[in-house]
Design a binder for this molecule. Structure first.
Ligand SMILES: NC(=O)C1=CN([C@@H]2O[C@H](COP(=O)(O)OP(=O)(O)OC[C@H]3O[C@@H](n4cnc5c(N)ncnc54)[C@H](O)[C@@H]3O)[C@@H](O)[C@H]2O)C=CC1
Ligand SMILES: O=C(O)C1=N[C@H](C(=O)O)C[C@H](O)C1
Length: 269
């Protein structure tokens, strides 16, 4: 047991944090060595198992990330952009693999991860499920095969707590479609329509975000031409698909050189 890679979960009380803790505790390939929450959170100082309403797990929730990271081989982080930037520096200092599931990071945020990736392995993806990562490859292929007569729209739906739009997954799918078309997503993305927008611009890649109830995560890539339509779809019904992917990334990262990677590297897609 002591030989198994030790994992710290940040954002321990969150929707993904709790799912990640269960996934690590149930795994025979890793052990939970830390749980981090923000200063002032009521869980800080409590046993994380008890805080989750179950049996004690022998791990106290802490608001001192570096202390926790120093005992770990990997940090799995599904929190918020500002927290993730702070954790990236500390994970690099501790030489721990940093698995980043946090979405809503700007290009500037992502650029700030560069120096951290020189000291430690970073695996970052807007979606850690096998299905979505496969869908990015299918999207790229379909976009490659079709011309601009096919309008591309990425339509996503999530629960009403989600704070960022378009989702990280929608952006991954948009990037894949743009790559297939040989264009830069920044030049063709249409991220908000309201009022007299004018007719759709040929070649644009549109994004539509639905927010409601407890939807875990649904993504459609629509290719619409006069007379026919193709839809590629992924539906997540359980957050465990993201947590399993993140744990796989943390274990995979143990054998890699410092650098920035994504789930396509982990899954060999
Ligand atoms: N890449 C993927 O496969 C997936 C990514 N996500 C992303 O993960 C992130 C979290 O999602 P949820 O769990 O639904 O959100 P949530 O709001 O339920 O959880 C976020 C947690 O992070 C904690 N947190 C915030 N700042 C912190 C700090 N400085 N130190 C420690 N903890 C801090 C919060 O207290 C909260 O417990 C979002 O960006 C979401 O889009 C979610 C699901 C899958
Ligand atoms: O916030 C979520 O819940 C999710 N976020 C990710 C995203 O932004 O794409 C992944 C998943 O769809 C759930």
């Amino acid at each position: 047991m002591e030989d198994l890679p030790g994992i710290v979960i940040t954002g321990a009380s969150g929707r993904m944090g709790q799912m990640l803790i269960k996934t690590v505790v149930d795994s025979e390939k890793a052990r939970l060595v830390g749980a981090v929450e923000r200063t002032g959170h009521p869980w800080v100082g409590m046993d994380v198992g008890e805080a989750m309403g179950g049996q004690p797990l022998g791990v106290k929730v802490t608001d001192e990330p570096l202390e926790a990271f120093a005992k770990a081989q990997a940090v799995i982080d599904f929190t918020a952009p500002a927290a993730t930037l702070q954790f990236a520096k500390l994970a690099a200092q501790a030489r721990a693999v940093h698995v980043i599931g946090t979405t809503g990071m700007t290009d500037d945020d992502i650029a700030k991860l560069g120096p951290c990736g020189r000291h430690a392995v970073i695996v970052r993806a807007g979606n850690m499920s096998l299905g979505v990562n496969l869908l990015t490859q299918l999207t790229k292929k379909v976009a490659e095969a079709l011309d601009e007569d096919f309008d591309i729209e990425v339509i996503e739906a999530h629960h009403h707590h989600k704070v960022d739009a378009p989702s990280g997954t929608a952006l991954m799918l948009g990037e894949a479609a743009a790559e297939g078309r040989g264009v830069d997503l920044a030049d063709v993305a249409d991220r908000g329509r309201d009022g007299i927008t004018g007719a759709r611009k040929k070649g644009d890649i549109g994004f539509v975000a639905i927010r409601g109830g407890d939807i875990v995560g649904e993504h459609d890539v629509l290719f619409a031409a006069p007379g026919e339509r193709i839809t590629l779809r992924h539906v997540a019904t359980d957050r465990s698909v993201f947590a399993r992917g993140a744990l796989k990334a943390a274990l995979w990262g143990q054998d890699q050189k410092p650098g920035e990677y994504d789930m396509l590297d982990v899954l060999g897609l």
